[in-house]
Design a protein around this ligand. Sequence first.
Ligand SMILES: C[S@@+](CC[C@H](N)C(=O)[O-])C[C@H]1O[C@@H](n2cnc3c(N)ncnc32)[C@H](O)[C@@H]1O
Length: 396
Amino acid sequence: MPHIKTAPFDTARLDAVIREDAAFDFRAVPAVQKGETVREELLGVVWEGERFILEIHKRPEGYLIKPDKPTRPLDVNRIKRALRYLAEAAGLTIEHENITLSPTKTPLAEAYNKRIEDFESPDFGGRRIAVEVGFGSGRHLLHQAQAHPEVLHIGIEIHTPSAQQVLKQIERQGLTNVWVVTYDARLLLEMLPSNAATAIYVHFPVPWDKKPHRRVISRAFVTEAMRVVAPQGVLELRTDSDRYYAYALKVFSEGDRVQFDVRKNHEAAIRSKYEDRWQRQHKDIYTLRLFAEAESPALVQDYDFHFDRALKPLDALLALPQDAIIRPDHFVHFERRYRMVTEEGGVIKCSFGSFERPEHKVIAIREHQAEYYPGVPVRSRINHHAHQTIGEYAYA
Ligand SMILES: C[S@@+](CC[C@H](N)C(=O)[O-])C[C@H]1O[C@@H](n2cnc3c(N)ncnc32)[C@H](O)[C@@H]1O
């Protein structure tokens, strides 16, 4: 990650730059509670239209200035330019740096590499969609995309290297009807419109026999899947695990008025890597297909992430509980607090949302207003629940 190491200096020297230059927003110092040791200071930056945070780690041998993880922009050159500018404007003595601009690479199949935010109001170009959860090597996803060019195939995978490999294949094969998202499918599904999909494929999910809460298939997942598929559309699960099969059969049967079928050792149009392996071991493979019977109501996603009520006084906000607040479907953890020195205000670093895929944000408070930094969380139902919990603690 881009960073600079400088000789120790009085960080108040930065304040003149921050106050005068629109590219710098604030400096904040730790507002520690009992038992806490937070050493780093924060700089709010608005560089080339993007907001992020730089951390200043003060160590006796020198200071390290680097972007903080949660708000880090994707473009490393942007961070490098901001760091270079800051060092020059404040006259810092750089002892070590890695901020030489990198040559800009052509991004990998950029048009097909989607971010979770792209699903806040997605435009599928009038096409039906098919969704594949945990596509792994992508054999089935790419095969389906070739076989059904009129359908947009959305592959969701949490493992980044697999997603990168499949993006290379999309480019190589010149496919224009595949989107790849690196995210937890259980959360993304919530954001897809109703009645939009012809099929949702879950092939050879990790069985998680010892940690069943990590399984992709659950009652909640099946309910969302049945909302997303159009009538007569299908949720297709393939598994080689007897236990997962029994578990899924139970979950599928719990629904109201469900229609599903089960096939044993059914030959698929294309075999995945995993399937090849199980076939060589002569393992049984089960295919469960659950069909949607009726139209589902449209998805309403008008979640508002503004803080729209009067807040507690700043000192009370900077003393919010240190321990994580756990609710049945989400949590909120006010992790670290800082007081702005360049203006009257405070900063709270927090994590919240789903247990599997939490959001990491900064809440900046000034002039009795609070806002998420660098921007609002992903507009999911769980994040909205977490936002309401934050409100319970932050509102007067
Ligand atoms: C056993 S592999 C199967 C891969 C592929 N479907 C096949 O048949 O070869 C399971 C895949 O699901 C992915 N995965 C696990 N949990 C996931 C989740 N919650 N959301 C998206 N992908 C997930 C894993 O990273 C892994 O690539």
